[in-house]
Design a protein around this ligand. Structure first.
Ligand code: GLC
Ligand code: GLC
Length: 825
């Protein structure tokens, strides 16, 4: 609860109660192919599959005022002597409302505004499996008087290729075309030549007017808050030719006291099968065959269709989330686990790092390392989609083991501008694949044909490449690409994109990552060594499960060799060194004057099994507590860099305390949480978890500023004057990893080859918790008791009342519900 709203845990909503949140708070609409960004004042935009190549409506990032443009409904109340114009979501007109609520729900945003006794509700969502966004609009008269209203809808169309749309004005100002048929507005720019799709913006009610020219609706010198048409009171019937096409309907609504009316607007991405054209007529002046669009509008004009679609969305999410539900003594952990964390994992799975309020949708597409990690938090929800994604990602790996760092979701082709040579990328594929194997038991994915990006799959002379070949290639690549200390080479960067040990850039017009030549470079990464150890452990477990003991032994040899290198070369005395630079000097060592200790190598060394028998793991984590931990999360390194270090690159370009330069990068905090779980320290793990948990930030929301319902990528660190302020919410690896922390690390419900392994690591003060976990068709209802107040250690497991052998729950042959009682001690 804060001044801006509260969680409704039963309804699975966050209810925002005032529109002027510290920053726009975002939600996503859509779960399959059609997506919308929607803020709490109805701002945002839509796209189909790919925010760069199929942008449907426009949005201007970093605008003044912030968050202008979206799915606007203007209400013109003509009941009094002076008409009043307002929006249920407050923006853009910002007429003060008598009541405002924004229900942020799973796949929907439901905005309710009340002004002078008129209530307008705008519920926006994308029904599962459809390419249509629906706005269910209810207008009610709560007053004692008859009311005379006019509603004006508004969206601004984008010309699909978002970068071109925003920059190539000499072309785009001349190409816009629309076709209007009754209450259906079709945006058909470029349809005449190469596109076989258009956008429908329709209304299920008869309309009293329309506009499709932005100039006519808004004006040239006006802003959206003073758009001409709603203030003038009547639509102009404008038909856009060039310039900026928009969609707007005018609907007159007269309501008796207590009366209400419902209608819907639909915004659809329509692929029109042949024939693309019909004979032009007065109704279809451009001859665009709009039959597919008409069918969509007809479908949603049926009584009950909109409600049915919304019910399907609710059912969809209930089914997805039912794969994991729990109850813990901590309300923040419980709600994140059951609802918001899983929901955010869906967003990161679908969008990677492409489109949010901090990612403009024209940049990065899908990231190789990002999307592999996102699968860790998603695979339990829809394993089939994870399976396909793993194969898609693997197909952007090259035959030598390097990977395209990014790829475009629409084309699934690697992005040649960025290329590869980030020498951690390939290892994350091992983690995603083994997570899929342990979740599903489906080993068939390993023999799935999956070519390398530089090998033509049709070449009969080339033996079929399988997914398993990719995993082997990945492990071999790291073993081969090593530097003078025997540690893995870093390339352009490892997970920390801003640690650029080969760049030496003095030229502001180049990218830090791509500036340096990695050919022949010798800079090494300790973090990659730890990640390699962990990936090797996963390969070993996989091969044991497959009964391939020779292969397991081979992997074990590589593991042992790397572990020895890491322990002999990378122990700094009180923590693990982070890297060796191009000169062979240590980075993240007591010998450095800045950046003496880094977080990533502590997390990954421990997760890779280093330091477990010689006390170093605990010492390294104690050093994290001593030098890096704060009440707002664990900072990335200390002391933060105060000057630019040519040999370290972008990390030293940020102000101290921000992002990679000593900011709290929530993503890597989760590795420390898991490392504590590995050592059995549930109190520390959970305390650290809460320090980055957004639900726990409500008391300091004016400092934190971002959504209390999703994790942020970064929180400013202690070296920053804005310590505690969050940035870049939603699309961050934090989502997947913190779900792993909560569900597997702390609650200890771990998918494994032989079944569901129960191995909790909780705060000693928790006396019990419950988890309901769907796993390979069966449902495990697990209750864990902690009578002795311990953090970890399973004393007894009862399965359906009978003592079990060990703590791995086997999967029943026939799907059923299994009752499990666990006692710690
Ligand atoms: C961003 C990138 C991710 C990288 C991280 C740290 O989250 O998407 O790939 O690992 O920053 O630099
Ligand atoms: C670029 C950005 C950096 C970001 C990284 C993510 O390097 O400059 O801030 O973390 O990309 O991949």
């Amino acid at each position: 609860m804060s001044a801006y709203g509260h969680f409704d845990d039963v309804g699975r909503e966050f209810v925002i109660t005032r529109p002027d949140t510290p920053l726009p708070w975002l939600n996503y609409l859509g779960q399959d192919d059609f997506f919308g960004l929607c803020t709490n004042t109805a701002g945002g935009y839509t796209f189909w599959r790919d925010a760069k190549l199929r942008r449907i409506t426009r949005y201007r990032y970093n605008n003044v005022p912030m968050d202008a443009g979206g799915r606007y409904l203007y209400v013109r109340d003509e009941s009094g002597s002076d008409p009043v114009v307002w929006n249920p979501g407050w923006k853009p007109v910002k007429t003060p409302l008598d009541e405002y609520r924004c229900h942020v729900g799973l796949g929907y945003t439901d905005i309710v505004g009340v002004k002078d006794g008129v209530e307008v509700r705008q519920r926006m969502f994308v029904p599962p499996g459809e390419d249509t966004e629906v706005w269910h609009v209810t207008v009610g008269n709560r007053s004692q008087d008859a009311r005379s209203l006019r509603l004006f809808s508004f969206v601004e169309f984008a010309f699909y290729e978002a970068q071109n749309d925003a920059t190539n004005l000499q072309r785009t100002m001349s190409i816009g075309e629309v076709q209007v048929e009754g209450s259906a507005i079709y945006h058909v720019t470029e349809y005449r030549e190469r596109r076989d799709h258009y956008t429908l913006f329709g209304c299920t009610s008869d309309v009293d007017g329309f506009d499709t020219s932005r100039e006519a609706f808004v004006g040239v010198h006006e802003g959206m808050h003073e758009a001409r048409v709603p203030f003038a009171g009547r639509a102009t019937g404008s038909v856009a030719r060039g310039w900026n096409p928009v969609g707007s309907h005018e609907v007159a609504i007269d309501l008796a006291p207590g009366e209400s009316r419902e209608l819907a607007f639909v915004l659809a991405y329509v692929q029109q099968p042949e024939p693309k054209f019909v004979e032009p007529s007065a109704a279809r002046p451009l001859g665009v065959n709009t039959s597919a669009g008409e069918a969509i509008l007809a479908q949603y004009s049926q009584p009950g269709a909109v409600d049915d679609a919304f019910t399907r969305l609710r059912d969809y999410w209930d089914a997805r989330l039912s794969a994991f539900q729990g109850r813990t003594p901590d309300e923040h952990a419980t709600r994140m686990l059951n609802t918001w964390n899983q929901y955010q994992c869906m967003a990161t799975f679908n969008l990677s790092r492409s489109a949010s309020l901090f990612e403009t949708g024209i940049g990065r597409g899908m990231g190789f390392r990002d999307s592999n990690q996102d699968i860790l938090g998603f695979v339990h929800m829809i394993p089939e989609r994870a399976r396909q994604r793993i194969l898609d990602i693997a197909a952007t790996q090259l035959s030598d083991g390097a990977c395209f760092h990014q790829y475009q979701p629409l084309t699934k082709k690697g992005n040649a501008d960025v290329g590869g040579d980030f020498y951690d990328d390939h290892l994350w594929l091992v983690l995603s694949t083994t997570a899929y194997l342990k979740e599903t038991g489906d080993a068939s994915i390993l023999s799935e044909p999956c070519s390398f990006a530089d090998v033509a799959p049709t070449d009969a002379a080339v033996p079929t490449v399988t997914l398993l070949d990719h995993l082997e290639t990945s492990i071999a690549y790291t073993l081969a690409k090593r530097g003078p200390h025997g540690l893995p080479l870093i390339g352009h960067a490892d997970w920390n994109d801003c640690l650029n040990l080969n760049c030496f850039s003095t030229e502001p017009n180049e990218s830090f990552q791509l500036a340096g030549d990695v050919e022949g470079s010798t800079a090494e990464s300790v973090m990659i060594a730890g990640l390699f150890l962990h990936a090797s452990q996963e390969m070993i477990a996989m091969y044991h499960h497959l009964g391939r003991e020779d292969d397991a032994r081979r992997m074990q040899a590589g593991y042992d060799e790397m572990l020895a290198v890491l322990e002999t070369q990378a122990w700094d005395g009180e923590w693990y060194t982070r890297a060796f630079d191009a000169d062979g000097s240590p980075v993240g060592s007591h010998v450095n004057d800045e950046g003496k200790i880094y977080i990533e190598s502590q997390g990954w060394a421990v997760l890779g099994g280093a330091g477990l028998t010689n006390g170093r793991a605990r010492r390294a984590l104690d050093s994290v507590a001593e030098h890096l931990a704060t009440e707002n999360g664990i900072v990335l390194q200390q002391p933060a860099y105060t000057r630019y270090h040519l040999e370290l690159g972008e990390i030293t370009s940020y102000p101290p305390g921000v992002k990679e330069n000593g900011g709290i990068f929530c993503h890597n905090n989760s590795w420390i949480h898991l490392a504590h779980c590995l050592l059995g320290d549930g109190d520390r793990a959970f305390e650290y978890y809460l320090s980055v948990c957004p639900s726990a930030k409500q008391a300091q929301i004016d400092t934190y500023r971002l959504e209390p319902y999703v994790y942020a990528q970064t929180i400013d660190g202690k070296d920053s004057p804005t310590f505690g302020q969050a940035k870049n919410s939603w699309l961050t690896g934090t989502a997947a990893w913190t779900f792993v922390v909560l569900s597997q690390g702390i609650l200890g419900v771990k998918p494994d080859y032989a079944g569901l392994r129960i191995d909790p690591c909780i705060p000693a003060g928790w006396d019990s918790f419950e988890v309901t976990r769907r796993f390979r068709g069966s449902t495990f209802h697990i209750t864990v008791h902690n009578p002795d107040g311990v953090c970890s250690g399973v004393r007894q497991v009862l399965v359906d009342g009978a003592p079990a052998d060990g703590s791995t729950l086997p999967v029943p042959d026939e799907p059923r519900t299994v009752e499990v009682q666990v006692t710690l001690g």
